[in-house]
Write a protein that binds this ligand. Structure first.
Ligand SMILES: [Zn+2]
Length: 233
């Protein structure tokens, strides 16, 4: 996807999406997918014109299927800042991915099984966070505005990344595996999801890029959630 200023590349890694965003000669990486596949990111970056500098490697939340390539990417791009919400920093450093609660009939047993198999926590190689976010932080990426903002619910330290008026990278705050079904099947604080959705909707961007499933137009997401309620099934 390419607009006047921003190029967005979606990488499907294991079961999750990761993204490369390029603006001018600067880039941000959002999430690291499942498994360590740094070359996929290098290929996505090299498809740009000229030398691209990676400034940020953002982690939307400390779940194992979103951090797979992060350590290797930091080694490849040591000047890039690893960005995460301050609440997730300890889990990232310790390589701890707590099994989240299931919010639906099919995900509750999966969560229960995960807790039992992994003793409540799935382990990955730890990563030090360079830039810890509180409520929000605005900065620049090339010629574009970049904003990190807190959207608790899926995890207490879930983070979204907005790029200009074009995109919000929503991690697992919005799922889009099934059409029209956006509520995350796993969430530690399901009661906070709707307020975080309202924050995402208030950005007024064109498109949302989820951690699982296909990108969705913001207006479709809002229209599909007129109730903005948790589904009851
Ligand atoms: Zn997750």
């Amino acid at each position: 996807m390419k607009t006047d200023q921003i190029t967005i590349r979606r990488l499907f890694l294991g079961n999750a999406n990761a993204y490369v965003v390029i603006s001018g000669n600067e880039a941000a990486i959002i999430d690291g997918g499942l498994g360590s596949r740094p070359q996929r990111f290098v290929d996505a970056l090299s498809a740009g014109e000229g030398e691209i500098r990676v400034r940020y490697i953002a982690v939307t939340h400390a779940h194992y299927d979103h951090v797979g390539s992060i350590r290797a990417l930091k080694q490849k791009f040591p000047d890039a800042a690893i960005v995460a919400h301050q609440i997730e920093a300890d889990n990232l450093r310790e390589g701890a991915s707590p099994v989240p609660r299931g919010t639906m009939w099919f995900s509750r047993p999966v969560s229960w099984l995960g807790c039992w198999l992994f003793h409540n926590c799935i382990r990955f190689a730890g990563i030090a966070v360079d830039l810890e976010i509180g409520d929000r932080l605005e900065c620049r990426l090339g010629g574009s505005e970049l904003e990190f903002f807190h959207t608790p619910g899926h995890t207490s330290g879930s983070l979204c990344v907005r790029v200009g008026r074009e995109a919000v990278f929503v991690g697992d705050s919005v799922f889009h595996v099934l059409p029209g079904c956006f509520f995350p099947p796993f969430a530690d604080q399901p009661d906070l999801i709707v307020a975080s959705w309202q924050r995402i909707a208030a950005t007024g961007v064109r498109m949302l890029y989820p951690g699982h499933g296909r990108p969705v137009l913001l207006k479709k997401f809002v229209a599909g959630n007129g109730r903005f309620n948790q589904p009851t099934w």
